[in-house]
Write a new protein. Sequence first.
Length: 185
Amino acid sequence: MNANIKKIARWITFVLRHEPEQINIKLNRRDTAKIIDKNGYVLINDILEAAEITLEDLKDIVKSDNKMRFSFSIDKLKIRANQGHSTKLVNLELIPQIPPNILYHGTAKKFLVSIKIDGLKSMSRQHVHLSDNVATATQVGSRHGEVILLKIDCKKMVEDGVVFFLSENKVWLTNKVLPKYLLNL
């Protein structure tokens, strides 16, 4: 994928997750032709027009995205981000799942003091994102500075009634991780 397409892919991710208004898409509004539905789907044609790309470019973006950030609707007329939305109005129709006993979260060392006090919070997103492998968690955490890898005691969380979801792109999601579930603090 060339550099321009990568830049467009990042922009599409941002628009679908956080600011559909950038391309005049309104959440669940029927007074405009461009809407994002309750499940986060946007008409592919609206994305193609706004990004000034072809359908083949979009298919290439989705297919080559190693984090599998996007999915097409069953009818292949819409696209959405698989997780990471900042609006609570998007319902990804996630089904509760039992996670592995241990999951990982990569974060920047500069956030460690706050995490020790408050745990992991969803911040501007709907959920805390967790990984089932060290490599992915490390990669995610390295985006924010010197990385710290946290091990999460999911077995104990489930025993305590905490609910987990697994997104389409295999990211584990939960509402919050309290400090008592962080194994290596």
